[in-house]
Design a protein around this ligand. Structure first.
Ligand code: ZN
Length: 335
């Protein structure tokens, strides 16, 4: 038996300790003898439970500690040592009944995610997914790095003029946490997307209907991240045939504004030309996106479908709206 890695043990009184900080799992032990108190406080620094600690704590409290996940069976496994080096495994371990965040990381390692659009937001998303343990990233963007792409996400002056696709892959390869685990692969013309678990698409003003059609036709879950002049939206997460797709949203906007299809055509033609990815918005949008993607990979489906989160300057407080399938879209006919 050994104390779990990252065990938090706090003294509350002369005869009382608290184990853990989060009210979802923290417990208190009181009426402790001095020997029990000292033995409990020594646990976080102990790689294994010594016979003396076992004796001082007593079988009743040991049983409680096991039930609370503070003590794990057997000696520390080598997997726990690697978990200690991985912040994501350490964080998720608290939410795993078996106290092994490595299981979450292992699942992500088998996942494949596409990121289409590798400006500041896209490369930040790719970095976030790689460091969170995603095993394979398909990166696609045929543009080059510009000065407006530098900083957030990791592009630096040396990348200006280089292809975003290869430079973003190099940034991920250079990341000490991911270099040995995450594989980055360019998307080649004609490649099927159907093997991807989820695809993030960064768009400007709207989503290219051609990309929407392809993702829907191949039945791939996808998450649009769409920039405005001083705002960005994340979502909704599109599960083809089950939730509102981007065309559903375009049709709803057409219902409200007859000129919307004309505006979409012009926005798609203009591409990124008139847009910048402001730092605060890009950071928040990237974090939200990584969270949504990991939810898919971890098997934690969204509690509500059709949710779009919008972040606007100056407040940058996320606001949510919910989109329903449009009756004229017919996206439920895919799959
Ligand atoms: Zn639709």
């Amino acid at each position: 038996m050994h104390p779990r890695p990252d065990l938090i043990m706090l003294q509350c009184a002369e005869d009382e300790v608290q184990i853990g900080l989060d009210p979802r799992w923290s417990i208190r032990m009181n009426s402790l003898t001095p020997q029990q108190l000292a033995a409990l406080l020594s646990l976080p620094a102990s790689p294994i439970l010594s016979p003396q600690q076992r004796k001082d704590i007593g079988e009743t409290l040991l049983h409680t500690l096991q039930g609370a996940g503070a003590l794990l069976p057997g000696p520390p496994a080598s997997a726990d040592e690697s978990a200690l080096l991985n912040p994501d495994a350490r964080g998720w371990a608290h939410l795993c009944s078996h106290a092994r965040g490595n299981d979450v990381i292992d699942r992500r390692a088998r996942g494949t995610t596409g990121v289409l659009g590798l400006g500041r937001t896209g490369v930040r998303i790719a970095q976030g997914l790689a460091t969170a343990g995603v095993g394979r990233l398909i990166l696609d963007d045929d543009r080059v790095v510009q000065r407006k792409d530098l900083g957030l996400g990791g592009y630096s002056l040396q990348h200006v003029g280089t292809p975003r696709r290869s430079s973003s892959a190099q940034l991920i390869a250079d990341n000490a946490l991911t270099s040995s685990d995450c594989r980055t692969v360019p998307l080649r013309t004609g490649d099927s997307l159907s093997a991807l678990d989820v695809v993030v698409v960064v768009g400007f003003g709207t989503l290219d209907p051609g990309i929407t059609w392809r993702l829907m036709a191949e039945g791939v879950a996808h998450l649009p991240v769409i920039w405005g002049e001083a705002s960005v939206t994340v979502g909704p997460l599109v599960l083809p045939g089950r939730t509102a797709c981007w065309q559903c949203i375009d049709l709803a906007r057409r219902d409200a504004d007859h000129a919307w299809p004309l505006l979409v055509a012009q926005l798609v033609a203009a591409g990124t030309r008139n847009f910048v990815e402001e730092s605060t918005l890009a950071g928040i949008a990237a974090a939200l996106t990584v969270g949504h993607v990991l939810g898919v990979l971890d098997g934690r489906p969204p509690t509500r479908h059709g949710v779009m989160t919008e972040i606007r300057l100056p407040g940058a407080e996320p606001q949510q709206s919910v989109w329903q399938p449009h009756p004229e879209c017919g996206c439920h006919t895919f799959n």
